[in-house]
Design a protein around this ligand. Sequence first.
Ligand code: CTP
Ligand code: MG
Length: 228
Amino acid sequence: GRVIAIVPAAGIGARMGAAVPKQYLPLCGAPILSHTLRRLLSHPGIDIVVVALGEGDSWFDSLPEAGHPKLVKARGGKERADSVLSALGSDVFGEADWALVHDAARPCLTHTDIDALLASRSRFPQGAILAMPVRDTMKRAGGDGAISETVCRNALWHALTPQLFNASALKHNLEQALAAGAVITDEASAMEWAGVHPGLVSGRADNIKVTHPDDLQLAALFLEAQQV
Ligand code: CTP
Ligand code: MG
């Protein structure tokens, strides 16, 4: 099957608190979403990129990438999972295609990380996600705001994107999990809900999600250091 990237880009960026959704904020001379799309569109292993946009989006069509021949638009939804599900409903998807889902808000994605995830398909045919082992000591808070215990971090990972699954399996499991009222914050959790155990692929530390205003400086430093 082909590899079709999905970019959920329909969020409002409430925690960023800017005048425009954070994916349209400038970063190193281009909007964040432009950086994200460029890294996906330029990867030879990615055949199509489907971007899920908010209903009132008046910014996307001004991006230089908007008219790219590999790019397809979809309508976003209420939550991130709804946006991904809507993109999976695009008629570009065939039965055997892979969906590589990547947050619009992660503009520092490298081809190195995409390569690692694509290569993991032989080891993890049911799909895999980029992730990072937890580095800090982890504490569980008690009701009083004090530490109740230290959590063993040996088996703990941060879930990142991209996340890679068979598109029809992901669509089916997302639909079922959402209909059952499960809390779905990434693609892997929908697959886990259906009993699948997706693979963990070590990703780079520079693939951060721009969430708060202070992340903008960090993302700029990483982009400049990458010199892609
Ligand atoms: N997203 C989406 N549709 C939604 C909500 C989020 O496509 N209904 C996308 C965002 O645009 C972002 C990614 O999912 O690229 C990760 O979400 P997050 O970082 O939470 O972005 P926002 O939801 O925009 O930010 P916030 O939660 O602070 O409002
Ligand atoms: Mg959000």
